[in-house]
Write a new protein. Structure first.
Length: 294
């Protein structure tokens, strides 16, 4: 019988080209054509400084590789020491990282580093709240494509840091047949047959249903997963019974911190929540600096 895969251990690494591209774009946006006119005017070129990045509120940390890369782009010899790693919880007023290097580089990269760190830590923190809410059930929390344009890979990394799992990355890596596809294709059977004929052996096929009758029809065909959209808890319970472990079940729609536990207790394998990325508040972090010498 099919089951959702166990959540793998969190790998706190990001591809170097992805980090470099994100940091270069963010720094270029901030520095413009003239650079950091404030820091360059006020701070001697040879001044050195030490600084700490600390939380103002508790949360789960994510984004340290980007923060480090922001400082290192402006000072290749900067020292960046991690105190609380990505994927770990941090209390309020906890030191997350320590930095030593050229004062200008630290001051100029500060906002870019904190923007990435705060945004991704916010996603990780909210994801951990959802994951904690379903602890003890078989359900895994997964994300959606409702991400910030240009930051999808980073936000999905943050979901993993928070204890969630990733749904498809984009339109290219899995088939997800939704209600509008079904309507245009001429029905569930036609849509599945067309997708199966077009897809290679490595491509998974999932289909969305919003009624138990549709689910019964789907089960007469060959798919890998079914998305149970906007179903009530009783409907989800019945859907899980109908599937009987033959394919992976995903619940979606109407998912919040107040509803996710009841949804998980129906026995679904996966629960997708767009809120993980589109509604996560930024985790408040700050950088405190000391000038250490010329």
């Amino acid at each position: 019988m099919s089951r959702a895969s166990p959540r793998p251990p969190f790998d706190a690494s990001l591809p170097a080209p992805l980090v470099e591209t994100a940091i270069m774009a963010a720094l270029a946006e901030d520095l413009g054509l003239a650079g950091d006119v404030t820091t360059d005017a006020c701070i001697p070129a040879m001044a050195r400084a030490s600084a700490v990045i600390a939380t103002r509120k508790p949360g789960v940390i994510a984004g340290l590789p980007l923060a480090e890369a922001a400082f290192r782009q402006l000072d290749p010899e900067v020292s960046f020491s991690v105190a609380i790693a990505d994927g770990q919880r941090a209390a309020a007023n906890a030191v997350v990282a320590r930095i030593e290097g050229r004062a200008r580089a630290i001051l100029t990269a500060e906002r870019v580093a904190l923007n990435f760190l705060g945004r991704l830590s916010g996603v990780a923190t909210l994801t951990r709240a959802y994951a904690d809410a379903v602890a003890g059930t078989k359900a895994h929390i997964i994300d959606t494509r409702k991400t910030t344009p240009g930051l999808r890979a980073l936000e999905k990394y943050a979901v993993r840091a928070g204890g969630g799992m990733n749904h498809r990355v984009g339109l290219f890596d899995a088939v997800l047949i939704k209600d509008n596809h079904i309507a245009v294709a001429g029905g569930i059977g036609h849509a599945i047959a067309a997708a199966r004929a077009r897809s290679g052996h490595m491509v998974k096929i999932e289909i969305e249903v919003d009624t138990l009758d549709q689910l019964a029809e789907v089960l007469r065909h060959s798919v890998d997963a079914v998305l149970l959209d906007n179903m009530t808890v009783p409907q989800l319970t019945e859907a899980v019974k109908l599937v009987a472990g033959r394919i992976i079940t995903e619940a979606s729609g109407g998912v919040s911190l107040s509803t996710v536990r009841a949804i998980a207790e129906t026995g679904v394998d996966l629960i997708s929540a767009g809120a993980l990325t589109h509604s996560a508040p930024v985790l408040d972090l700050g950088l405190d600096i000391d000038i250490t010498g010329p």
